[in-house]
Design a protein around this ligand. Structure first.
Ligand code: G3I
Length: 407
């Protein structure tokens, strides 16, 4: 104890004379304090040298990372049957050395999947390749990944609803998406949260409504889904209220929401604070991930003005960074407390928290027990072509999502 200070003063924060006395020093500190994952997309060549300016900034400011490219299908399984985890392993080494978390991006996409596209010819090969890929990559990384983009960009654009015509769908059929989620739960168990991730669905619009409808059906059927990713490839003029309302309606279904690939073209400080504000208003908004560290390394181009750092040095955009720290430091403590409780939920338990409307009618209680199929390990179901058991009647309304455990 410092005997020169009065004991009452010892309870006060240090540096009380500073205007930033209560303000965390870094984005990471601010995010940690409110139970938020604050992440960046990166690559092994960027974080492989732990003492580089890039790696030092990434570890200081972020508590989560995701591979920008190196865990996609054609990076991890190319050709089919030949697995390569080196990129993901190298990023995980950085993540683990710095006590960060990691997202997994992605199992199923129409893009960067050339090896799968060349090998998938029909439903049977498609399902086999899909399952083997998820078993292998998911099995390798399962204790390392917090959130998995099982499905990436699968939803039709606009309001038409339904699934995009990517090779997984045209060869397997619409149930490829359900199967990928079921295979993932089996491969990963309850180690990580399973997501569907999409673009241009960040606010309330026809596309996000069709994702909402799809997620509702998954929950009703017992297909395991824990969260929805909104990519947030945005431009200046962010509409906080619109994005906040969208996050909320997925929360009403019991779902996590992660903002997964944020960049904001020609961003102003107000854009970053609006997007962060939309997240902070919702306890189910759990991750805020920028799609890269610097404009110089962005897929959009070095002049996009879209990320939190500039140049190859990298140089922090302090206005953006300080505004985000300030927003997080002033987050509503009630919502923060709810978020901290929400993030403790076990993967696979979404249905327990879905709003009543999904499973109940106002007057008659639970919706038809026999009408809602559950894919169960129970003795009644024989294994079908998808590697799932036949639908059986739910054992209880609470069992949805829990019946599908690793076999
Ligand atoms: O790896 C090859 C390399 O061998 C070759 O020499 C070089 C020549 O151009 O290309 C390299 O591949 C590039 C790859 O990134 C890996 O760096 C591709 O050209 C390039 O097109 C590819 O771009 C990625 C893009 O996905 C592909 O669709 C971006 O880096 C990545 O940021 C972007 O990420 C996607 C998300 O996964 C999903 N949502 C949209 C987002 C932005 O497009």
């Amino acid at each position: 104890m410092n005997r020169h200070l009065h004991p009452a003063l010892l309870a006060l924060p240090l540096f009380v004379s500073s205007p930033w006395a209560q303000t965390p020093a870094t984005l990471r500190d601010a995010a940690d304090a409110i139970g938020l994952n604050f992440g960046l997309a990166t690559n092994s060549f960027q974080v492989g040298n732990a003492s580089s300016a890039y790696a030092v900034a990434a570890a200081a400011q972020f508590n989560l990372a995701v591979c920008e490219n190196e865990m996609k299908f054609e990076s991890t399984e190319n050709p089919i049957g030949k697995f390569n985890y080196s990129g993901g392993d190298a990023v995980y080494k950085f993540v683990s050395a710095n006590k960060m978390k990691m997202r997994g991006h992605n199992f199923v996409w129409g893009g960067q999947s050339s090896s799968a596209q060349a090998a998938v010819h029909d439903r049977a090969t498609g399902l086999r390749i899909l399952k083997t890929h998820i078993d292998s990559v998911g099995g390798h990384f399962k204790t390392k990944i917090l959130e998995w983009d099982v499905l990436n960009e699968i939803t039709n654009d606009g309001g038409s609803g339904g699934l995009k015509n990517i090779f997984w769908k045209t060869n397997i059929g619409d149930d490829y998406a359900d199967s990928a989620l079921v295979f993932s739960r089996r491969a990963i168990g309850t180690n990580g949260y399973l997501y569907s991730n999409d673009y241009s669905a960040d606010g309330v619009n026809a596309k996000s409504t069709s994702i909402l409808n799809m997620a509702t059906k998954w929950i009703q059927k017992g297909v395991p889904i824990d969260g929805i990713g909104f990519q947030c490839h945005l431009s200046t003029g962010i509409n906080k209220a619109d994005i906040s309302a969208n996050i909320k309606r997925f929360g009403d279904l019991g779902l996590r929401v992660s903002l997964t690939e944020i960049d904001i073209k020609q961003a102003k400080t107000a854009d970053w604070t609006a997007l962060m504000g939309a997240c902070l208003e919702n306890y189910n908004c759990v991750s805020f991930v920028t799609w890269g560290l610097t404009d110089a390394s962005s897929w959009i181009g070095s002049t996009c003005g879209c990320l939190l750092y500039n140049g190859s040095t990298p140089a922090p955009k302090t206005d953006f960074i300080n505004a985000l720290i300030d927003a997080m430091a002033h987050a509503d403590p009630t919502i923060t407390a709810k978020r901290k409780a929400f993030i403790q939920r076990t993967p696979g338990t979404t249905a327990l928290y879905a709003r009543n409307a999904v499973f109940r009618t106002p007057s008659s209680g639970w919706l038809g027990a026999a009408a809602v199929p559950l894919y169960s390990n129970g003795a009644k179901g024989a294994v079908d072509i998808l590697g799932r058991n036949q639908p059986v009647a739910p054992r209880s309304p609470w069992a949805a999502g829990l019946g599908i455990l690793p076999q």
